[in-house]
Write a protein that binds this ligand. Structure first.
Ligand code: BES
Ligand code: MN
Ligand code: ZN
Length: 509
């Protein structure tokens, strides 16, 4: 799909659909720039069908009436202009940003339903956001909302809907730097999110640890990153007992993918770590069959980190060095698999009693965190992982769980998530939780009891970050089946975390 900007007379647009955004005006008719569209909006309003409420759509066919040559006209409601109150930490501007994103998503959703291929989107003036942000958010919503994964659908069904969007033009009266920059930012962020969705949509037999390594190398070639891929031999040499232990039941070789984006040595380093578990069967502590196919999504943390690196490669932020690490393996119950009761040693020497082989994410992350911190001495570390089912019980599919040993870093991440429509909620850490993972036979064990499962998982990771400022994002509830919005794919991967990380980097310092 192509998305570009235009200033050409929109009323002459001959494509498949022209779209306008309008605000709800209480008891009055919503106002639209175009007089002809306004007449129809008025009729729809009088009929009680359309008031400009957030998420409402009005679709009609102007052909023959001679006013607009486009095949379809779509009017999208944005809600009341004075609405957009702060909400659970999100500012009014954050709320509007997501409103525009959802509106963009609604355009794509409607276009796909009607099998519209070419769209002209008339960018509205916002009451709160500037032009750049308006365009940024609308284009993000358009691109994320147009996403589809049809690679393995080889036979075309007769009445196949939805269709595929081919071209989107964004119309503004003038083209200036703000307009183009807004489009660029939105595009970068959304395409990186789509890249993460693509990795996650690939099945476990295709998206193996080796594929993670290949993707990392490709990013490095494209954007001039340094890429190192630790092999099993390297892991043995480094005594990375966590990832090696988890990998021992699998026939696929493990990989630890490391990308370095370097500016100047005096700049601080941010370390990003993403769980790249390409399929989680639970291992010997085997999961029940129902829904197990979803465990191909257990690599979404790794996908988010590499997706973010793609956007970082495009934008090349100054004043920051970024290192990304993705520990990648399957968790399968092969003949030499890790067993409950086994004791393993993580990079750096801490010993772990493995009580449950299904708590594998923390084992591979422990090696990656300990190694990354030792090797790169980062100013801050952020890890993303589909780590616990418990976070879904606590926060549902609407918010990512955030746990951190640093209030400043936590605040930055909460703000970044709110700005990009990927909200998080912070949970506590503390010695009372860490106590739950004390072991009788090793330094710690890999599971506590049932209570506070998300927190004890984070408490486990905390053992490997020392004094470094660190934040952990538990995305088990948001990486797929993410909260219902027009630009998120239900039943599919959301690409969560990519835009939060990008926003964090854009706003760094
Ligand atoms: N990958 C799972 C967590 C998960 C659950 C992700 C549901 C997405 C949806 C993780 O490896 C896991 O199995 N966690 C266990 C931990 C338990 C054994 C302490 C869990 O949450 O049940
Ligand atoms: Mn597991
Ligand atoms: Zn897992």
């Amino acid at each position: 799909m192509k998305i570009t900007h235009t200033t050409q007379d929109m009323e002459k647009y001959k494509g498949d659909m022209i779209t306008y955004f309008v605000h709800q005006q209480g008891k009055k008719v919503p106002v639209c720039d175009n007089k002809f569209v306004q007449d129809t909006v008025k009729l729809a309003f009088k009929a009680g069908d359309f008031s400009g409420k957030e998420g409402e759509t009005l679709l009609f066919y102007p052909s023959g009436q001679g006013k607009l040559p486009a095949k379809r006209v779509l009017v999208i409601g944005l809600g009341k202009a004075e609405e957009g109150k702060s909400n659970n930490g999100a500012t009014p501007s954050d709320v509007w940003r997501d409103n525009y994103r959802r509106a963009g998503g609604k355009v794509s959703e409607t276009a796909r339903k009607t099998r519209t291929e070419k769209i002209l989107v008339v960018v509205p003036a916002s009451f709160i956001l500037d032009k750049q942000e308006t365009i940024e958010c609308i284009s993000e919503g358009l691109i994320l909302g147009a996403y589809q994964f049809r690679k393995y659908k080889k036979t075309k069904e007769e009445d196949e809907t939805p269709g595929t969007i081919k071209e989107i033009l964004l119309f503004t009266e003038k083209a200036n730097k703000a307009v183009l920059q807004g489009l660029n930012r939105g595009k970068n962020a959304a395409l990186a999110g789509c890249a993460a969705r693509d990795m996650a949509n690939e099945p476990g037999n295709v998206w193996t640890p080796t594929r993670f390594a290949e993707f990392g190398r490709k990013l490095a070639r494209t954007y001039n990153f340094t890429c190192k891929v630790l092999s099993k031999t390297d892991m043995l040499r480094f005594k990375m007992g966590g990832i090696l232990g988890v990998n021992s039941g699998s026939a696929q070789p493990p990989k630890m993918v490391i990308l370095e984006y370097r500016t100047a040595p005096r700049n601080p380093t941010l370390l990003l770590v993403g769980k790249g578990l390409t399929f989680d069967s639970g291992g010997i502590s085997l999961k029940p069959p129902k829904g197990m196919e979803e465990m191909k999504f257990d690599m979404c943390g790794g996908a988010a980190v590499l997706g973010a690196m793609q956007a970082i490669g495009e934008e090349k932020p100054k004043n920051i060095n970024i290192v990304a690490i993705v520990p990648a393996t399957e968790n399968l119950p092969g003949p030499s698999a890790l067993k409950p009761g086994d004791i393993i040693t993580i990079y750096g020497g801490k010993t772990i009693e493995v009580v449950n082989t299904d708590a594998e994410g923390r084992l591979i992350l422990a090696d990656a965190l300990a190694y990354g911190i030792k090797q790169y001495k980062p100013k801050a570390v952020v890890d993303l992982a589909t780590l616990t089912g418990a976070v879904i019980i606590g926060l549902g599919h609407h918010r990512t769980g955030l746990l951190s040993n640093d209030d400043e870093l936590a605040r930055k991440i909460l703000a970044a998530g709110d700005r990009c429509g990927e909200p998080l909620w912070r949970l506590p850490l503390g010695p009372e939780y860490s106590k739950q993972i004390k072991s009788k036979v090793a330094d710690i064990k890999n599971v506590g009891n049932r209570a506070a499962g998300t927190i004890t998982a984070a408490a486990f990771l905390q053992e490997f970050v020392g004094e470094t400022a660190w934040a952990h994002l538990d995305i088990a509830g948001t990486a797929y089946n993410f909260t219902d919005k027009p630009y998120t794919t239900q039943n599919g991967p959301s690409g969560i975390g990519v835009r939060t990380l990008l926003e964090l980097v854009r706003k760094w310092k």
